[in-house]
Design a protein around this ligand. Sequence first.
Ligand code: ATP
Ligand code: MG
Length: 470
Amino acid sequence: MILEGGLIVFINAVAARLLGVGSIEAALGTAVTSYLPPADAQATVERIGRMMRTGEVMPANEYGVLAAPERTVEIKAMKWEWQGRPAVLAFARDVTERKALQQHLVRADRLAAVGTLAAGVAHEINNPLTYIQLSLQLIESALEKLPEMPEGVPDYIRDAQHGIERVAAITRSLRMFARADEAPPCPVDPVPVLDRALEIVGHDLRHRARLVRRIAETPWVIANGSRLEQVLVNLLLNSIQSLRGREDDTITVELCAAGTEHVALSITDTGSGISPAVRERIFDPFFTTKAVGEGMGLGLAVSKSIIDSIGGQLELTSTEGTGTTATVTLRAHEAPPKVVEPDPSIGEPRRVLVVDDEARVRELLGIVLGQFHDITVVDGGEAAIAAARDGQFDVIVCDVMMPGLSGVDVHKQLAAVVPGLERRIVFITGGTFVTDVAELVSATGNRVIQKPFDVEQILAAIAETARAAL
Ligand SMILES: Nc1ncnc2c1ncn2[C@@H]1O[C@H](COP(=O)(O)OP(=O)(O)OP(=O)(O)O)[C@@H](O)[C@H]1O
Ligand SMILES: [Mg+2]
């Protein structure tokens, strides 16, 4: 288009369309600024003035257009001569898509960085969390030996344990956001997973709503138990947080078959519901309507990526003012799988080597496990190899991320030094935030226990590993 004194004297069809003018004729003789929002119009007047005065070629600039506020138009302009008079020649280009793509790339980049940071933080938190949990269990068993339990103490301990659960859930969600530990989906019984999720949020749910559980007989589902549990905890927390303190507030969890090949798990609340504008963004990472400190905006983003990764679907339907239903649909496992009950018994006392670079974790593990097994404690991979070479161990409980030799290195070296012993390693990990390491650990096929863990979990893993190796 060509402008003379700010008025359009020539325009082609494309430029007319970009400015949102009906036709070329309608555009002629009108001021170009009349199609722009006030701020952009003002900038245009200044740019044209400067170009006419100095003859300088202005770099391309981005403008909004009144007729289509969601689009961005890039205009490049230079001084020109039109029918013997000074004028401005301007080229307009629609750059909406390019801009969106750029923003997306910037965001994706930032998210990747945030993801790595998040996983690192989660990893650091899990170590102290592990020894808090172990200490708490020691306090509990010490108290049980007293003739009389001091009043209120069991409740305090339960509250502290609940706090640990919540922090652990946060670190798990951060790790999953960073997609740090992927495990392949397998057949899972959805009922205990659901019950465990309900147990985790029990503290928040109690006194706030009536819980209705509608559990039908269904096949097992293809999923990953701990990740599915995380999803259900996220959905339940959202439901609980949406409640408005009404007398008849209810949260309904329902499990039923969806056709012949799927199983649906749904959570319905009588909360605030979701407005259409918010609805569009609920799956965006870091999108939240909650106050600072109450929500990170990761719950649904993480949940969706988990469910997508196991070939399922996560959907939310909501009526503002009435409530919301979140539904997870998962593939059903064809044949009911053989039930293999993990043997919870501690088994016989074993000789166990504990390897962890974090002093408090290994010391407490030594004390706690020492009540059942014969324990040797070392502070790193090198010491572990030396101890394994000299000693006779039934099981090695080994941290994954350690300075010097990592858990994976220990596994590899043991295979050479004391062949067979590498299969008796139980890995304990606060989250391997380097994806390669996660893959290497899972490639060993050894048991992996996530920090923080409770005593029963680690005892069961030791017993199973010792038995399997016989
Ligand atoms: N059951 C629900 N009822 C009403 N609003 C909901 C419900 N579930 C999700 N939302 C809306 O979706 C937003 C995003 O949810 P999401 O779980 O991703 O993040 P968050 O709950 O805000 O924070 P975080 O889960 O990280 O603690 C919430 O802030 C809320 O506005
Ligand atoms: Mg949430």
